[in-house]
Design a protein around this ligand. Structure first.
Ligand SMILES: [Cu+2]
Length: 152
């Protein structure tokens, strides 16, 4: 009986050490692995800009967003009235809101593909979870920003 109790205490102590190590790793990587994303997040791939000037659709290379691999997106941009926007300055930003870190790369629009499509190169998500990607758009239609939620 005494032997069983001792081994139980030892295993409990071991699991506490395990949790401590996991927390230390989480702190080192700057990530709170235990917090889940808000339940009511909108993961739509087509969204309106904050000020209502634009509507945009993101099209990652494949349907699912890869983790840890550099890839490209197509960003389709149009005005609220549905007119494709080809001539625009687009800045890309993003990160993991619950981890307090940004994107591991500096993605940018490298090419206009026509009909409102723009090639976004340098996309990379180095861990699973909730990411946001923001586009700041400036064109003849005005300046506005779009935010997309992603589940990686
Ligand atoms: Cu993270």
């Amino acid at each position: 009986m005494l032997a069983i109790q001792t081994s139980r205490q030892t295993s409990r102590r071991r699991s506490i050490i395990g949790i401590g190590a996991a927390a230390a790793v989480a702190m080192l990587t700057g990530c709170m692995l235990l917090a889940g994303p808000p339940r009511d997040l909108d993961y739509s791939r087509t969204r309106s800009s904050a000020g209502g000037l634009y509507r945009a659709t993101i099209r990652p290379q494949s349907d699912s967003i890869p983790q840890g691999r550099l890839h490209s997106w197509t960003l389709h941009l149009e005005t609220a009235a549905g007119v494709p926007v080809d001539s625009a300055t687009v800045a890309v930003d993003g990160g993991m809101p619950q981890h307090g870190h940004g994107l591991p790369t500096k993605p940018r629009v490298t090419r206009t593909l026509g009909r409102g499509d723009h090639l976004v190169e340098g996309m990379k998500f180095n861990m699973g979870g909730w990411w946001v990607v923001k586009f700041r758009v400036r064109s003849a239609a005005g300046s506005d920003s779009l935010v997309f939620n992603l589940r990686v």
